[in-house]
Design a protein around this ligand. Structure first.
Ligand code: 0X9
Ligand code: ZN
Length: 302
């Protein structure tokens, strides 16, 4: 099992996934989908209800593309914990859908924030003699580099030498494309600021079907508001936050054709990227309430 009273290292997170695969072989499949630049295993966990039916619709959730946003992988672990270890209470979420979860997209950066530099954001592949790392959320090949992304390799929002220059973003791309058709909801967890964001991130224009996104995101915000009183701002990335192209959310919607694609910016807890360990459980519980409500809405719609 895993605790929600500490932030876990990448090895512990992977060990938890492997432990679940062993304990629940009929409902859990863990795969090493690829490797990070520094050769860490990028593991996905696929969760089903064990009825043996294949080809179900899929909810794909990831977290930790930005290294320092520690509450995001913690929230992904809580989703995994609920769907697997609290299966009976959540059986409705697995009846007609499977869930695929990648809890740490950028383990090299994540480990670096634990060992060396708490505020690191990017990947860890060297890009110039002076600087390391690309912003994974500026590296996807959809209107890549057009707005809100830096060409300067030392910048925190560096877009990368080319689109998909990073093994970690290539892996998310390949997962998204492999799920095309079955993938109905892409949810990517970040922090912080209490936002539920939907496309587009590259233009202030709204997608034709923005209402579907809005309905799902509003359901999440309303559920959280009702449970804890926490307020989330809902809207398109460009319109409620800022324009930034090359994000995974725009790619999932614009290229991999997930009908609903949402970026969830979790709370800060007054300490930015560094919530106290006492805040982990309340934050991830509240986040799960929102994710659950959004998933229910998606399942009802598609
Ligand atoms: O800037 C980002 O990548 C996200 N905010 S964060 O503070 N976690 O860095 C927001 C991304 C929203 N989506 C797009 N702009 N596509
Ligand atoms: Zn982020």
């Amino acid at each position: 099992s895993i605790s929600f009273t500490a932030f876990h290292r990448h090895d512990e997170i992977n060990a938890y996934l492997d432990e679940l695969a062993k304990a629940y072989p009929s409902r859990v499949t863990v795969k090493t989908a690829g490797k990070s630049y520094e050769n860490r295993d990028l593991k996905t966990i696929t969760i089903s209800n064990g009825d043996g039916k294949s080809g179900k619709n899929v909810i794909f959730l990831d977290a930790g593309i930005h290294a320092r946003e520690w509450i995001a992988p913690a929230a992904a672990l809580y989703v995994i914990y609920q769907l697997v270890e609290n299966f009976v209470a959540n059986a409705d979420l697995l009846k007609s859908y499977d869930w695929v979860i990648l809890p740490v997209v950028n383990p090299d950066g994540y480990e670096y924030t634990h060992t060396s530099s708490r505020m690191w954001r990017k990947t860890r592949k060297p890009v110039s003699s002076a600087c390391y790392g690309t912003d994974g959320n500026r590296n996807f090949d959809f209107h890549w580099g057009e707005v809100g992304a830096s060409s300067f390799s030392c910048a925190d929002t560096y877009k990368g030498k080319t689109a998909f220059s990073e093994p970690e973003t290539q892996l998310v791309r390949d997962l998204l494309l492999s799920l095309q058709g079955r993938g109905k909801f892409y949810l990517t967890l970040h922090s912080y600021g209490n936002y539920l964001l939907y496309p587009w991130g590259w233009t202030s224009d709204l997608p034709a079907d923005w209402r579907a996104h809005d309905e799902v995101a509003q359901a999440g915000a309303a559920a959280i508001k009702a449970s804890t009183g926490t307020k989330y701002t809902v809207g398109s990335s460009t319109n409620v936050l800022y324009a930034a192209a090359g994000g995974s959310d725009d790619y999932a919607f614009g290229v991999a054709k997930f009908p609903v694609s949402v970026t969830m910016e979790l709370p800060a807890g007054g300490t930015g990227f560094n919530p106290s360990t006492e805040q982990i459980l309340p934050f991830v519980t509240e986040t799960w309430t929102g994710i659950r409500a959004m998933a229910e809405k998606v399942i009802q719609k598609y």
